[in-house]
Design a protein around this ligand. Structure first.
Ligand code: ADP
Length: 713
């Protein structure tokens, strides 16, 4: 055979070897299997008697290895091989990134001599070593040994390097596979955790599920969960398992205290494989509970990036945490934040709902919730008590069945109420099972779970009504009992006045005048009280013949001249030359004017001015009393003509019953006219009313459109 032929045959053999090796390696993905195969195949093809292979991580640290002596495989030898890596042949190969042949191990410094290298044992040998390269990076080193010196030459070196190159890629693949396997395991664990802890909204249940997931995924003896209390800024344990779990719950730590405190402060997780050697560990809890913590993995619970607590996994059952323990725990921490917040929100919403329910049930007023058509959906206990209907009976009724509604305020089909942005209120009568009950209704639209409903409060006002009646009765009684003695006083004063006309005694006459004015005033008041009662109960006004208004105005002004003078107020009368006569009950209209004038004097400071005037408008005469006093707030104006209504004013010490304007309104309306006010705080007040010029018709017919008096709508 020529040299050339030998060379070709060798090359072929090498290629075949490599082909076999690459085929063998391609079928294995598990790193350990890959290592063993590489080593066996390399030894077989090179003719080595023993060999080793070491796999390094990205930082050059040995992570796995295999040694074969003859046919004996030794696993878990990484630690032994460390020396070789640091000082021996393998270390040299890695440092120089190139393969090397040692023809005599006893003469090469790169070979670290061991006891069995002695002459009387295996003696000098030859060795070949090559780096496992993948994508330019060293992922390991393979070393093969033959008991004979000089056995390995350059061609072996080349073959081993070629095998090592193949092996490098296989190791890289195995590592990628291991990574993806690990990721898949982590993802599966987290997906399961997410599904389990999000499947409940009870906070306690969420806690205990998180504990279970930690125990299962990290295979630990105990787990715990603590949250940061926003007020005290302490870390408070809310859940814990293991045999002292119950004692751990409620324990508090400062931020920075213990491993959990460190994690909160640093905002990142940590695995402490041996707590005794770690300054962060605080043995206090163990001392108190009698438990022995050996290893802890701890990760923050995060909500939208913010640390709200911590998770702890304690004492792995195998003794050590898996490399991905922290990854899994951190993932659970991220999931836990959202699940806990959801449960907390749900619980606080439940609490709010319960509170609302209690308020609803315990309200002293009957409350109903209806749909937009008025069908009763809910009614509180008080509603059942007051109406005398059970909840299920009420659920078959409409709110319209229970009381008469004010359609001008609510709309014929509640359409005004649906759009109302504030409470609408009116008086009505409740048709209770036991009879009729006077009520004040307060109703408004309310949003319940995103749907508009109507809320009705039907307040029982029986007591208020009784009081009103009592007051009316009292007024009527006062009037009747006062009337006849008063009439006696008036006629006696008249007699006295006649007797005094001949006497030239100014002071007696002035005293008499005061007495007469005062009695007139009492008479006016009692008459007005009686009128209020009479007009209120629908009795018609009895107008006398046409009267001269200017005279009536001057009369009224004269009646208040004493008080006017005492307050140093100016009075202006502005009457046109011509004014048609009106057909009215003169005494009643005089009292209306005096009332308005007295109010103006009362509510205008000393030195102020008051104006009274009249003008004709079509078939009506408009009369007004204007002052520059304190005025009336807009919000009070709609009420001042109501019975017993007085404007609330903190610095008001003026006396009054709040009946004067009620009388004025009833009297003017009794004549078919209108009364209104133009005023504002500090702007003075102008009270105006209208009286009919034409023949007086019945008040009912006066309400018809064609004869409506002018005035403020
Ligand atoms: P009172 O007996 O309280 O005067 P009225 O029915 O006459 O009762 O008046 C009702 C309320 O209207 C009064 O309490 C007062 O606050 C207000 N009021 C009436 N007239 C005037 C006015 N000219 N200026 C300011 N406020 C007035």
């Amino acid at each position: 055979m020529t040299e050339k032929t030998v060379e070709i045959q060798n090359t072929r053999a090498t290629l075949e070897t490599l082909y076999h090796i690459s085929r063998e390696l391609a079928t294995a993905l598990d790193l350990r299997t890959v290592l063993q195969r590489v080593l066996f195949l390399a030894m077989k093809h090179v003719g080595a008697m023993s060999g080793s292979i070491i796999v390094l991580d990205d930082r050059g640290q040995p992570v796995d290895s295999a040694i074969i002596h003859g046919v004996q495989l030794h696993e878990q030898t990484t630690h032994q091989l460390r020396v070789t890596l640091e000082r021996g042949l393998a270390g040299w190969v890695i440092d120089n990134r190139q393969a090397a042949v040692v023809t005599d191990t006893s003469r090469d410094k790169r070979w670290v001599l061991r006891p069995d290298d002695a002459e009387d044992r295996t003696g000098p040998k030859s060795a070949v070593s090559a780096p496992l390269l993948a994508r330019e990076k060293i992922v390991g080193v393979i070393t093969l040994v033959h008991p004979q010196t000089g056995f390995f030459g350059m061609d072996h070196l080349e073959l081993v390097q070629a095998i090592a190159d193949q092996a490098g890629i296989a190791v890289l693949n195995a590592r990628l596979y291991a990574d993806s396997q690990r990721q898949a395991r982590v993802m599966t664990a987290l997906a399961e955790t997410a599904a389990v802890i999000n499947a409940t909204l009870s906070l306690e249940e969420v806690f205990s599920r998180i504990m279970e997931q930690i125990e299962q995924a990290l295979r630990v003896q105990a787990a715990s969960l603590a949250l940061i209390d926003q007020q005290s800024q302490k870390i408070v344990f809310k859940a814990a398992t293991g045999w002292v779990g119950d004692e751990v719950i409620g324990t508090e730590l400062d931020i920075g205290q213990g491993v959990a405190g460190w994690v909160v402060r640093e905002g990142r997780g940590v695995v402490v494989p041996l707590v005794q050697n770690d300054h962060r560990f605080d043995p206090e809890t163990d001392r108190r509970t009698g438990y022995t913590t050996r290893a802890i993995a701890c990760a923050p619970i995060r909500l939208r990036g913010e640390v709200i607590g911590v998770l702890e996994a304690i004492n792995p059952t195998s003794g050590v945490f898996d490399p991905d323990a922290l990854l899994v725990l951190t993932g659970i921490g991220n999931l836990a934040g959202t699940a806990i917040r959801h449960a907390q929100l749900y619980e606080s919403q439940q609490l709010a709902h319960r509170r609302y329910r209690e308020l609803f049930e315990d309200s002293i007023d009957p409350i109903f919730i209806t749909d937009l058509d008025g069908n009763i959906l809910e009614a509180n206990r008080r509603a059942e008590d007051t109406t005398g209907y059970s909840g299920s009976e009420l659920a078959r009724l409409r709110i319209t069945d229970l009381h008469r509604q004010e359609s001008h305020k609510l709309g014929d089909h509640l359409e005004k109420l649906k759009l109302a942005d504030e409470t609408i209120t009116y008086e009505s009568v409740l048709a209770a099972r036991s009879g009729q009950i006077p009520i004040q209704v307060y109703t408004r639209p309310v949003d319940i779970d995103g749907v508009v409903h109507l809320q009705w409060i039907l307040r029982d006002i029986t007591e208020r009504k009784n009081l009103d009646r009592l007051r009316d009765d009292l007024i009527a009684m006062v009037y009747h009992d006062l009337r006849s003695p008063l009439a006696n006083v008036v006629s006696s004063l008249d007699v006295l006045k006649n007797m005094l006309t001949d006497v030239d005694d100014e002071s007696s006459r002035s005293i008499l005048k005061i007495a007469q004015r005062s009695t007139e005033r009492i008479q006016r008041l009692t008459n007005s009280l009686l009128d209020v009662n009479r007009l209120n109960s629908g009795q018609p006004v009895q107008p006398q013949g046409p009267i001269n208004l200017p005279e009536l105005v001057r009369d009224a002004v004269e009646a208040v001249d004493l008080v006017l003078a005492s307050k140093n107020q100016e009075m202006k009368i502005s009457l046109p030359e011509e004014l048609p006569a009106v057909v009215v009950d003169a005494d009643m209209i005089r009292r209306v004017l005096i009332n308005l004038l007295e109010n103006s004097v009362k509510y205008t400071p000393s030195g102020g001015s008051i104006q009274v005037g009249a003008r004709a408008i079509g078939d009506w005469v408009e009369v007004w009393v204007e002052d520059n006093g304190r005025g009336i707030p807009l919000s009070e104006q709609p009420n001042i003509f109501d019975k017993f209504s007085r404007v609330r004013n903190p610095d008001d010490n003026s006396q009054g019953l709040g009946l004067g304007l009620t009388f004025c309104r009833l009297a003017v309306e009794g004549h078919g006219g209108r009364i209104w006010v133009d005023s504002g705080p500090g702007k003075g007040s102008k009270f105006s009313f209208t009286l009919p010029v034409v023949r007086l018709t019945q008040p009912e017919s006066m309400q018809s459109e064609s004869t409506l008096p002018p005035g403020k709508a």
